[in-house]
Write a protein that binds this ligand. Structure first.
Ligand code: NDP
Length: 480
């Protein structure tokens, strides 16, 4: 069989890909060997900026199928009829570690989905936890610094995170989840995904509901014990990455049941929790899960960089029928994610094949910029208003107005002195005894390495969530 001709990036046939052009057999290399220069220069530029968070990930393609009718809550076309299928891209990551870090660390996992709907891409950019450590984005860069390497030693340390958490009690709920068994999933197929924030659904009558998204694993929750995870981190650092790839390659497609919790718009005013506080869940007893459909991941990427590294998810990408809420963290993420992608991939990142809408087509007046792909709008008009058949906005997509009142100021949320302790306590109390014991052991393993006054503050916080929780951590800290 005739082999394909090797060419330069400009398509010019190459005569030799093994030896450089030199002046004589032992002589120096000639500058005119432009293919050698191109090859080396391109190699030097192979890396793009690593994501500050969620750098290490596995990803796959899949399909979402609607199984129940929720059209009374949302007009989003992907939910328009039972049986409807939508293509999906999924990216599942750890948060704190670098691109080459081990998969089996104790960390929150990113659970990001891009639904290629007929009205543009819906990015459901969630985590495997229903909550987060903080509820105000002003704290985010500081919190993430506590998860990263020490500025002097370049080593990860326990003190910064506990120092931070001990002074930010709203983090206690997420800390309890992180140090529970679910803090180290046995694999991507064995964890749940959550939208975490409250979003809104808008139906055909233009009525708003508040909504939380839940993707429950159909493989069952499975977790790694700390010692198993530590061992795997050494001998098989990419354990979760190849486990997902191998499962899909073998036809063993992981799937999740997608459900929603729905809150009528006006309930938010008087609900016992602030429903937009990302450190809280809506208890199932108050707002039960309503099943919507099934997500199945069934196709591996052909090229990791093109399809997963270059994938750019943004909570700002919502489609008609889905929208935001006043959650302060969500408001910041809507801005931050797109901003991060512009830095990482360039201003035209939405035109990369993996980020392009499939059924829908982008039509607007954005032009030019670095790495502009395609025809750049061709000869079509590039301003509005115009008299030349350019794309126009349609008021039918306008959301119902959201009633807001209050004075502009910086507010720290205070709703009751025990507000930040009740839900972590509920979580502790629903764990069986052996899991409670592993929780306090996992905490003590890390908390043991920090100054005593920080340990004491944390024991007090755990004790306020549940007396036995505080006592358990204190007991474990005494063991050497
Ligand atoms: P429910 O009894 O109705 O719900 C309990 C939930 O806890 C279930 O969804 C279960 O998930 C989950 N769960 C069990 N063990 C753990 C664990 N080790 N780490 C994290 N989640 C776990 O009670 P509530 O709705 O009142 O919630 C009680 C507590 O459960 C909350 O304070 C919160 O910490 C946690 N939780 C609540 C969720 C919610 O949306 N209400 C979602 C996830 C957790 P599963 O069924 O998959 O086993």
């Amino acid at each position: 069989m005739k082999k394909k001709q090797l060419t330069t990036a400009a398509g010019i046939p190459v005569d030799d890909n093994q030896t450089s052009l030199t002046a004589g057999e032992r002589g120096p290399t000639l500058l005119q060997d432009h293919y050698l220069l191109e090859k080396l220069a391109h190699f030097n530029r192979e890396r793009i900026p690593e994501r500050v968070v969620h750098a290490k990930a596995a990803g796959a393609h899949g399909v979402f199928t609607v199984t129940q009718d929720i059209t009374k809550f949302t007009k989003a076309k992907l939910f328009s009829k039972v049986g409807k299928k939508t293509e999906v891209l999924g990216r599942f990551s750890t948060v704190a570690g670098e691109k080459g870090s081990a998969d089996t660390v104790r960390d929150v996992r990113g659970f990001a989905l891009k639904f290629y709907t007929e009205e543009g891409n819906w990015d459901m950019v969630g985590n495997n936890t229903p909550t987060f450590f903080i509820r105000d984005a002003m704290k985010f860069p500081d919190f993430i610094h506590t998860q990263k390497r020490d500025p002097q030693t370049n080593v990860k340390a326990d003190t910064p995170q506990w120092d931070f958490w001990s002074q930010v009690p709203e983090s206690l709920h997420q800390v309890t989840i992180l140090f529970s068994d679910r803090g180290i999933p046995a694999g991507i197929p064995y964890m749940n995904g959550y939208g975490s924030h409250t979003y809104s659904f808008i139906n055909a009558k233009n009525e708003r509901y508040w909504v939380k998204f839940h993707f429950k694993t159909r493989q069952g929750i499975k977790c790694l014990m700390q010692d198993q995870a530590d061992k795997l981190a050494g001998v098989d650092a990419d354990y979760h990455t190849h486990q997902l790839f191998d499962a899909i390659e073998n036809g063993d497609y992981p799937s999740w049941t997608f459900s929603v919790q729905i809150m009528p718009e006006l309930d938010a005013e008087n609900y016992r929790w602030n429903p937009f506080d990302l450190t809280k869940v809506w208890p199932h007893g108050d707002y039960p899960l309503i099943e919507v459909g099934v997500l199945e991941m069934n196709k591996n990427p052909q090229n990791y960089f093109a399809e997963i590294e270059q994938a750019a998810f943004s909570p700002g990408n919502v489609v008609p029928g889905i929208s935001f809420s006043p959650c302060k963290m969500l408001q910041a993420r809507v801005v931050s994610y797109a901003d991060a992608h512009r830095y990482r991939l360039g201003v035209n990142y939405e035109q990369l094949p993996v980020n392009c809408p499939h059924a829908a087509k982008a039509a607007n007046y954005e032009r030019d910029g670095k790495m502009r792909f395609g025809d750049n709008g061709g000869a079509s008009v590039n301003y509005e208003p115009n008299s030349f058949d350019g794309p126009v906005a349609d008021k039918k997509y306008a959301e119902p107005p959201l009633k807001i009142s209050g004075d502009a100021a910086r507010y720290e949320q205070k709703r009751g002195v025990d507000d930040d302790y009740v839900q972590p306590g509920n979580l502790y109390r629903l764990m069986p005894g052996d899991e409670q014991q592993r929780l306090v052991e996992n905490i003590a393993r890390s908390l043991r390495n920090v100054p005593k006054e920080i340990q004491d503050k944390m024991v007090e916080h755990f004790g306020r969530a549940d007396k036995a929780y505080g006592k358990g951590v204190a007991r474990e800290l005494k063991k050497k």
